[in-house]
Design a protein around this ligand. Structure first.
Ligand code: FPP
Length: 240
């Protein structure tokens, strides 16, 4: 494929609806099958030459869900991190995470740190899990970091640049995504990477996340390849 984006971000949506549609009594089965879809997406992305894949696995707002569902998601996170380690290693995928990670249960946090450490040497693709993540919270924390620097005299308020802001975000070591995919037919950003996706292309797919396949990824990539990314310029300037 030509014109493969360096960084793709995915809002994995529709697990609950999938479980309901399939007649399962709880939404949890949708999340369990969501892990398999995430495995297909990650290995598929690595095979296609994508260097960074960032997925919205648990939002700051998701803490408000019923305790049983939150507990189930945290358990799924923990078990998947150890179960999927061989897949990450075989595919050269380095695991990374962004978000308010201190809010995670300590067992999940430890498992996350262990998986990050175990995959630190992998160089084919970086898979970033956004966990307990909210973009407004991230921006608020960046403002605090910059304000503290200014108070300490390490930074002049007047000289704060876009680069300083980007450096203070949890994503400081990731390039901006060029493509955002959201599944399930919903067309919203839901507090995901608001600063980082300023110039990204948005692709909304009707498929519910547990049904997501490599073909769906390829379809989003070909939509992306067909878009003219003018980045504020005119079409004539691009083709001159
Ligand atoms: C959105 O579907 C999905 C989530 C809130 C969780 C995404 C989690 C996974 C794909 C599994 C991996 C999980 C972790 C924590 C690594 P929804 O529940 O909002 O579905 P609905 O919109 O149909 O109700």
């Amino acid at each position: 494929m030509k014109n493969i984006p360096q960084h793709v971000a995915i809002i994995m949506d529709g697990n609950g609806r999938w479980a309901k549609k399939q007649g399962f009594a709880t939404r949890v089965r949708g999340h369990e099958l969501g892990v398999e879809a995430l495995r297909r997406a990650s290995t598929g992305a690595a095979e296609l030459g994508i260097r960074f894949l960032t997925v919205y696995a648990f939002s700051e707002e998701n803490w408000q869900r019923p305790k049983a569902e939150v507990d189930a998601l945290m358990n799924i996170l923990m078990t998947s991190l150890s179960k999927e380690l061989p897949v990450l290693q075989e595919n050269g995928i380095r695991l990374h995470a962004i978000g308010n990670l201190d809010a995670l249960p300590s067992k999940a946090r430890k498992q996350l740190d262990a998986t990050r450490e175990a995959t630190a040497g992998n160089t084919r693709m970086v898979l970033t899990l956004a966990l307990s993540y909210g973009s407004r919270q991230e921006l608020t924390s960046a403002v605090r970091v910059l304000a503290e620097k200014a108070v300490r005299g390490e930074l002049q308020a007047q000289s704060i640049s876009e680069r300083d802001v980007a450096q203070a975000l949890w994503t400081h070591d990731l390039p901006d995504p060029e493509l955002v995919i959201r599944t399930s037919g919903e067309q919203r950003i839901s507090n995901f990477l608001l600063w980082q996706i300023s110039y990204a292309e948005l692709v909304f797919l009707p498929v519910l996340w547990p049904d997501f396949s490599k073909e769906d990824l390829v379809s989003a990539l070909s939509t992306f390849a067909g878009r003219e990314r003018r980045l504020g310029k005119t079409s004539e300037q691009l083709h001159a």
